[in-house]
Design a protein around this ligand. Structure first.
Ligand code: AHG
Ligand code: MN
Ligand code: MN
Length: 339
């Protein structure tokens, strides 16, 4: 049987890029290692004492669950130990975390991360995930600063996610296509299972929390109605699928063909999801898979972030579906344009 592990694959790909030095290889491998520890805890959730709240409020004012805290610690530990990352911006920490031990402080990369995405789904055994973005630092030497993180997504050198689902999958891109690896639990290795992922043609899924309908911009309301119309030539009405874990919704839509939307609302003009560690990784992966990501008006990857935990509305999926949603936003909701 021929199979390829994540480690083998990254090393092989790295050898194909002129000038690649192996640091990114090591960093991605470290993320994979931390993901295995998180996977182990996710699979045991409900048995041990990992369930329930940790008693802290995170920077978004949400209660942190124990698994959020555990996942955050694992990724920080693996990236610290690996020595290729000089700072981490995490959903769970208000400020950036400087890794200034002897081997990390001169490292080239910074990582923005949502260590545990979809945490409201933990106690119901529904899929959850991790999302990450990797940038080359802007500052050349010394201690990393917030400026190293405030870069538009088009500067990303790598991004991806881990989905702790019915099986555990790690999907990443370094700008040369998208590849997915499934964890073989008995061996503990991620094995290449989804090479060269692309959105299929003819997607007919839309994923949005429709309970917020009354707060949606008119453009989103009109787009949702469009999805529900009867038109055989465009496979409408589409199907609704919404898990409430962005990673899981995004992954299903990548495989099956569908648009994921977390829009601005009349209550939250910036939407809900975070630009640096939720929207940007999804956008980079979508573009690399032949799709598109927009805030309704602008390419997500062109947004210049001003803050670490900044939010952005997002429409992400196959290009034709995102184009259509943008058309409705521009026609019916121009007042929601942010920049
Ligand atoms: P997190 O668990 O990291 O806070 O993220 C939850 C996010 C995202 O995963 C999901 O798509 C969205 O929140 C769901 O929000 P609603 O419950 O408002 O639909
Ligand atoms: Mn999240
Ligand atoms: Mn989270």
């Amino acid at each position: 049987m021929k199979f390829q592990t994540l480690t083998g694959f990254i090393v092989e790909k790295q050898a194909e890029y002129p000038g690649a030095s192996g640091e990114l290889t090591r960093l991605l491998n470290d993320i994979g290692t931390a993901a295995k520890f998180v996977n182990r805890e996710v699979n045991r959730a409900g048995l041990g004492d990992v369930m329930g709240y940790a008693g802290e409020i995170n920077v978004q004012g949400e209660e942190q669950k124990k698994l959020d805290v555990f996942a955050n610690e694992q990724f920080i530990a693996a990236l610290t130990d690996g020595g290729q990352c000089c700072a981490i911006g995490s959903e769970e920490n208000e400020e950036i975390i400087i890794l200034d031990n002897a081997h990390s402080k001169h490292a080239k990369y910074v990582v923005a991360i949502d260590p545990l995405d979809g945490s409201s789904n933990i106690e119901s055994n529904v899929s959850i995930g991790t999302l990450f973005s990797v940038y080359l630092r802007r500052t050349v030497r010394g201690i990393a600063t917030i400026e190293d993180f405030l870069q538009p997504g088009r500067n990303l050198v790598a991004a991806g996610y881990v989905l702790y689902g019915s099986s555990t999958v790690l999907v990443y891109t370094t700008g040369y296509g998208v590849n997915g690896f499934t964890l073989e639990p008995s061996v503990g290795s991620f094995i290449l299972s989804h090479p060269g992922m692309k959105y299929p043609k003819g997607g007919n899924i839309y994923s949005i929390n429709e309970a917020n309908y009354i707060y949606f911009p008119e453009g989103v309301k009109q787009y949702v109605r469009y999805c529900q119309e009867d038109d055989k030539s465009t496979s409408r009405p589409y199907s609704t699928r919404y898990i409430g874990s962005m990673v899981a919704d995004f992954h299903r839509n990548l495989i099956r063909g569908g648009i994921f939307i977390y829009p601005a609302t009349t209550k939250n003009k910036q939407g809900k999801l975070r630009l640096l560690y939720e929207c940007n990784p999804a956008a980079f992966l979508a573009e690399q898979a032949g799709g598109k990501a927009s805030d309704g008006f602008r390419r997500i990857l062109d947004i210049q972030p001003k803050e670490l935990h900044e939010r952005a509305p997002i429409f992400v999926g196959p290009t034709n579906m995102v184009d259509k949603a943008e058309e409705f936003m521009q026609k019916y909701s121009p007042e929601f344009r942010l920049g």
